[in-house]
Design a protein around this ligand. Structure first.
Ligand code: GDP
Ligand code: MG
Length: 171
């Protein structure tokens, strides 16, 4: 099996959208209900994606950083997961500005990115339509997944992270 270099992935999105829950789900296949919202952590993880061993370093940001801290996280990362909460319209409105800042920090490179609409289990409280997520992802030319960190039957969470790794490898 080919061994590839390490990739640095950073997870962005408003506080409370479920970034930590998604990262923990991806790493442990478990859901942890309460996770310190102010905590910022990095994790190392190895996965075999399309017969290739990929070592990831994953930065779970707190989502409360000032612009300067965000920029430094963006400089650190190779690829990015931007998360919003389908039950929180405001978190969706924060996606485009985050993408804008990413573009600015990374220019002239274009930025490997996936968009995740989390909390898909809370259909009754939905504020952001699936088509809206799809449209935004099309505008940003990136993959889009609706996920649930707590009810991840289809393995969608891992799929989002793996797709980001594939996107990085294609470059
Ligand atoms: P972060 O601030 O973005 O890291 O968000 P957390 O991972 O700390 O999650 C914030 C809150 O949302 C917690 O109470 C979680 O239990 C909850 N949460 C996270 N993901 C999901 C999900 O997919 N579905 C539901 N129903 N709740 C979630
Ligand atoms: Mg968190």
């Amino acid at each position: 099996m080919a061994k590839s270099p390490e990739v640095k992935l950073a997870v962005f999105g408003r506080a409370g959208v479920g970034k930590s829950a998604l990262v923990v789900r991806f790493l442990t296949r478990r859901f942890i209900w309460e996770y310190d919202p102010t905590l910022e952590s990095t994790y190392r993880h190895q996965a075999t994606i399309d017969d290739e061993v990929v070592t990831m370093e994953i930065l779970d940001t707190a989502g409360q950083e000032d612009t300067q801290q965000k920029e430094s996280h963006m400089r650190w990362g190779d690829g990015f997961v931007i998360v919003y909460d389908i039950t929180d319209r405001g978190s969706f409105d924060e996606v485009a500005p985050l993408r804008g800042l990413l573009e600015e920090v990374k220019k002239p490179k274009n930025v490997p990115l996936v968009l995740v609409g989390n909390k898909a289990d809370l259909e009754h409280a939905r504020q952001v339509g699936t088509e809206e997520g799809e449209r935004l992802a099309a505008e940003m030319a990136c993959a889009f997944y609706e996920c649930s960190a707590c009810a991840d039957e289809g393995g969608m969470v891992a799929e989002a992270f793996h797709e980001l790794c594939r996107e990085l490898r294609r470059r």
